[in-house]
Design a protein around this ligand. Structure first.
Ligand code: ADP
Length: 190
């Protein structure tokens, strides 16, 4: 199985691009954000706890998302691999992912990082707020906290994956089609 990670700050376009890539390469899309929003909608205990954290622009605990990922890996069949979107988001999650995959003697195939500047994050998320109605998109202070969380907790993964020789970066500025081409150029190699 192939395990691709679509990496980047909130609002970089991971979800949009993931949808196209899973079709092109017969992968299963796992978005931890989408999985968490489903739990919130269903009103589960996990969802209730996650809601407060998400709407403050914080991360949910590592164990929560790690458990979600492992059960998706086990339950989804008939694909050539997985495209992870929004996971891992901390070094601890990256290490946990390596351990989960090591159980079946597998490993991360490649990381594709979509890069955009902070100001563009705010513009894009504010625009998305009107379309998708996410509470964590509606307030500029929450968006700023998510950006800060990204820089402090998620960005250090870049060095982690560079050290593992798995890191690939594409420019996230441009049209959806232009960015998609850049991502496909990387994924075609694997
Ligand atoms: P975005 O890419 O715009 O931040 P996501 O849908 O990926 O949107 O995530 C929304 C929120 O869900 C995050 O701000 C965070 O609170 C929570 N979340 C998603 N994935 C993770 C994760 N891997 N670890 C911890 N929290 C997560």
């Amino acid at each position: 199985m192939k395990y691709f990670i679509l990496f980047g700050p909130p609002g970089a376009g991971k979800g949009t691009q993931a949808t196209a890539m899973v079709e092109k390469y017969n992968l299963h899309h796992i978005s931890t954000g989408d999985l968490l929003r489903k739990e919130i909608k269903a009103g589960t205990e996990l969802g209730i706890k996650a809601k407060t954290l998400i709407e403050a622009g914080c991360l949910v605990p590592d164990e929560v998302v790690e458990g979600m990922i492992e059960s998706e890996f086990k339950s989804v069949k008939g694909v050539e691999g997985f495209l992870l979107d929004g996971f891992p988001r901390t070094i601890a999650q990256a290490e946990a992912l390596d351990q989960i995959l090591a159980k079946t003697e597998e490993e991360v195939t490649a990381v594709v990082s979509i890069m955009i500047p902070d100001q563009m994050i705010i513009d894009r998320i504010s625009h998305r707020a009107a379309i998708e109605g996410r509470a964590d998109d509606a307030n500029v202070d929450i968006i700023k906290n998510r950006i800060a969380t990204y820089h402090s907790q998620t960005e250090p993964e870049i060095e982690y994956y560079k050290a593992a020789g798995k890191y690939n970066e594409v420019d996230g500025i441009g049209t959806i089609d232009e960015v998609r081409e850049r991502i496909a150029d990387v994924m075609d190699k694997f």
